[in-house]
Design a protein around this ligand. Sequence first.
Ligand code: GDP
Length: 296
Amino acid sequence: MVLADLGRRINAAVAQVTSSTTSVEEADIDTMLKEISRALLESDVNIKLVLKLRDSIKKKIVNDKTPGLNKKKLIQKTVFDELCALVDCEAQPYKPKKNQANVIMFVGLQGAGKTTTCTKLAVYYQKRNFKVGLVCADTFRAGAFDQLKQNATKARIPFFGSYTETDPVEVARIGVEKFKKQKFEIIIVDTSGRHRQEKELFKEMVEIGDAVKPQQTVMVLDGSIGQSAQQQAQAFKESSNFGAIILTKMDGEAKGGGAISAVAATKTPIIFIGTGEHTQDFETFFPKQFISKLLG
Ligand code: GDP
């Protein structure tokens, strides 16, 4: 089920209870929770999270003795608050500072949208008057440097990469050093994200991290991949200990639930979401706004 449908189903389940003219019985709450749970599960939200959310909503509503109309308001508010809690892990992500070098390293699997998102983030900070540079440390995928170069040129962002150096750690180190010397304030390092040789990939992430010492490591996670997002995020967390997540492909057919579960599993905040292939398809993530929009 796509995100828009999830929102509609949750709304309908809540409305069934809150718009009825009779008083709310426990059985009505159970029916509502069953439908909300089913909708979340069909959007790939992890079952443990769904059960936790269901119990938490039920406890809050049943324990509250507010009568009549206020009870209905309480139901609406409780469902909203608990959905927000699902996407809000409350940890504060790193905030880049002016007049110093902030190195931001990207990690994630190939195809997640890393290279596209690097440019989106670069443009975001450039618009906010940071001096921004891009480093392509993906020497694994043929064409990765050309792709970054093309995006960066279009967005007028200085970039660094190499056609001859095959060691990604070296490219990352040299690129970051160069931009630091030139007093760049945001240095974004794109890394490789092959599907295979996972051990090799994770080793590479650790080595690049040691070489460039990022102030922030961001995991780029495909919002449309379902349940496997959680396991993927946990594996990257162990090797790169990323401090923030950017969810991509939250447009179109995204279910989003798998990625949301990944956020909960790694206790890492989402900072932006990608909503399309173009540079401007990029939104700052605010849990409350996201859930409000989801519920329409
Ligand atoms: P990488 O291998 O992780 O560097 O991934 P790329 O940046 O090359 O992106 C893989 C594909 O996903 C490309 O076709 C992108 O245009 C597309 N893509 C990236 N972000 C988004 C997004 O937010 N929405 C959509 N619909 N497509 C995206």
